[in-house]
Design a protein around this ligand. Sequence first.
Ligand code: SF4
Length: 250
Amino acid sequence: MSTAEEVPATIDLALANRHLEGMSAEERIQWAVDRFGEHAVILSSMQKTSSVLMHLFYKLSLENEILFVDTGFHFHETLQFRDEFMRRYKLNIVTLYPTNTPEKQEELYGRKLHLFVDGQPECCDMRKKRPFNKHMKTNGRKLVMNGMRRSEGGRRAKIDFLEVDPSINGFKLNPLLDWSEEQLETYLKENNVPVHPLHAKSYPSIGCACCTTPVAPGEDERAGRWRHLKTDEDEGPRYCGMNYSDGSGI
Ligand code: SF4
């Protein structure tokens, strides 16, 4: 594995993206590890795309970190799924925690932040983004992989495989960017990969328990996220801000 000193200081993004376009997801991950060594990690939400990425790490026998941020508000099914996945594939899943417990945060702020339109961004920032950024910085991690796909639409329809991520002073790689929903399902089925049990209970998108509901047939996949903050005039928050390309950046 590379050391911190061997991490490439600069990358020709356009050239790298041309290379990555023609590769399989597995080859894209290997490309990242060849260049960034142990400083290439996955950020896992434990959702379907994370199952694929984590399984690809297993296939490639990678010991690189798979980061999971335990906000203190997760469904117990999410934590159980993390543990089961880790035991089954013997992966290096590292759980990160926010500075304050949910109780301490409520005491400090005098309210449950997630219940308020002006409190949710701060709650997501403190409970997800800061522990993640702190870990990346403290350990010199320089490239984070996640399961974003162009077919999800919105801002995600326009992103590249490899992008600069100023929030971590490094890069973000999307190995599944060109995958369709059908490809995802096929991969999971053919490789017998377990998925989060709530996906089968009308939760296509899963975040914190207090900010996620099931969706009704015909609803948008993300309609169940922060439903309590949506109004007739405003569709409310769509993403938690963990992904720089979703507009969470500086
Ligand atoms: S999803 Fe809700 S509970 Fe979880 S960190 Fe964001 S605002 Fe807080």
